[in-house]
Design a protein around this ligand. Sequence first.
Ligand code: UD1
Ligand code: CA
Length: 510
Amino acid sequence: MPTESAQTDTAARSAAPAAVIVLAAGAGTRMKSRTPKVLHEIGGRSLLVHALDAAAGTAPGQLVVVLRHERDRVAAHLAEHAGDVVIADQDEIPGTGRAVQCGLEQVTATEGTVLVTYGDVPLLEAAALRELVAAHESAGAAVTVLTARVPDPTGYGRILRSADGSEVLGIVEHKDATDEQRAIDEINSGIYAFDLAVLRDALSRIGTDNAQGEMYLTDVLAIAREDGRSVRAVVTADLMMVEGVNDRVQLAQLGAEMNRRILTRHMRSGVTIVDPATTWIDADVSIGQDAVILPGVQLHGATDIGERAVIGPDCTLRDTEVGEGAEVVRSHTLLAVIGAGASVGPFSYLRPGTDLGEQGKIGGFVETKNARIDTGAKVPHLSYVGDAEIGEGTNLGAGTITANYDGVSKHRTTIGRHVRVGSDNVLVAPVTIGDGAATGAGTVVRKDVAPGALGVNAVSQRNVEGWTLRRRAGTAAESAAREALDRSDATADASPAPTAGQEKQENEQR
Ligand code: UD1
Ligand code: CA
């Protein structure tokens, strides 16, 4: 018996279109940006990559993107972020009809279904496109347009239907519409399924005689109908799914909506998200079952959270892998790996190349970079660990610093297994501390420490008795000292007279 996903695959294959043409030649002037509109991002991907993802989900014979504005920049983005796409260049003739005509020049098929979508419609889903193809093909239609009924249709093309509403007669653009037509609330989403041969033929017959002097793709519908072909509409209730981005207000609105949809998908698959209002998760993030996302968390890029991990509150993780059952609290991570059962934070910064082993710990106010911290090893407090390897079960004392940079090059610090580094150590790289070794508090480790050895170089302490009483006379410190000395030893001489030697040393130290 085939599994559910195998059946879905079969359905997708049987409805695979000959091509999808994604229109992205427009200038996007209302964005007021030096960045081409379709390269603006929501959910961690460009608008165009979202659009291509939906298109690719129909398994088309060809995936064609029509470009013109900032063509080379968009093409470079496609080379980096999109797989098998064919670029078609639109010429100076404007309009969606011309854009599709230019796209068709790259389509090798001669028959079948062609889908047209927009590069600036980021919430469109592959499933909706597959349903559009299925409805189009099962009805034997020449054109099927995806439409929606909206509260404010201003600016959109309106769907003209027969008196009983059962047939689509054509589309009239807002600028060309009569007042009566402008009252129609069913709009053209700009997403269509076409019979390839009908589309090629109809496009060769459309002109630019309209309010905008453009070749309108929408004119294809009336032409097909006049030729006696069947023109249909599929009405979607999901308005956001077909909405395009024209300015930065819509960019934020659709970004928030995409986020809500992503969060809903994770919650439905068994992730606890305590506060969806303050949680942002990019489209490509994966999260295991029973993970808990606390308020104020942003998960970006290719971040992957293991089962039962707890993230937050207040964390930003980018391209970070978090193992099962690990915990990350109030921290910022980038290109890091956090092992199963490990813990990070609060207030730590894991930079690229941080690799924390299973059950390892990076505690509070720690910065790490390019550092392997092995199984069960701990960097609990106030440390910088860069270009370092820290062996299994090793503990770094509070305030340990790897001095990895001599001003010219970076050097490595290698610390073995089960080492105890004392508090406030500076490890001057390149340096190696052997397995089972230890260092004293305040050591500046400049020389390798052999396995099992104790490294110390802090200067031994010398106390100069009565120093405050002589050198800080008249201060609060002096009276505090005097009171304490009087209390602790009422009979003994609490302020011995300094020897000549002590006086000399103090003067040298000043
Ligand atoms: C178009 C439709 C309109 C529909 C609306 C939905 C036409 C004539 N009108 O309107 O019925 O309600 O979309 O948003 O088709 N593009 C090109 N080359 C061009 C012009 C546009 O590639 O020469 C691309 C744009 O980059 C954009 C898409 O086509 O992705 C739509 O262009 P836009 O100018 O926004 O279409 P509208 O005229 O608003
Ligand atoms: Ca538009």
